[in-house]
Write a protein that binds this ligand. Sequence first.
Ligand code: ADE
Length: 242
Amino acid sequence: MKITILTIFPEMFEGFINTSIIKKAVLQKFVDIEVVDFRPYTKDKHNRVDDTPYGGGPGLVLKYEPIVDALKAVKTEDSYTIMMTPAAPLYKQKQAHILSKKEHIIIICGHYEGYDERILTHVDACVSIGDYILTGGELGAMVVSDSIIRLIPGVITSDSIESESFENGLLEHAQYTKPQTIDGLSVPDVLVSGHHENINQYRHENSLIKTYINRPDLLENYNLIEKDVQILNAYNSHKRED
Ligand code: ADE
């Protein structure tokens, strides 16, 4: 897979590309990350990539020409082009799985107060990473790239992916490591019992309750079985007693 990032701040990607799992994925050729500065594509004599908005209003808007010319220079038949913008559907793990199967992803990083809407005629999808406004799309492009790269088969072990938050519709259960007791805090007995069925049951309950507390919206799309309802009822009546 190849990921091409169009940005006017290529230096922001140095740490991302040269650290930890992403660095290893690049060195082992699971992914090729190309960062392209679109400023040199401007035809403006002052090298400007933005201008004032038609109709007035605050801020500057990224111009059509430098972005579309840069896009044309990197695009192939296999490319899938994404625009990072808060004015888009929220990015989810399901989309990360779909994108991890693409041959070539191009991510355009918007900046300042926005971009000329006509750029979207060259774009396959707009993506927001959350309900907040960033100074630009660069951090979002890293978030999206990271979430895709780690799903490429071979980059990390698939066992760790299957048990993660969002993979089965619930948040991931609590985890513990050595020592068994620290500062008077002990690991739940069941996790050191060696009884796999009880461990799985405990983890499922923990996942369910964590999701109920932190992301109840996820349960709307989760198929709760009778046992799950009992677990949540027991949790609620226990809470009322506290
Ligand atoms: N650019 C600015 N804010 C953003 C967001 N929340 N998601 C994606 N791109 C952005």
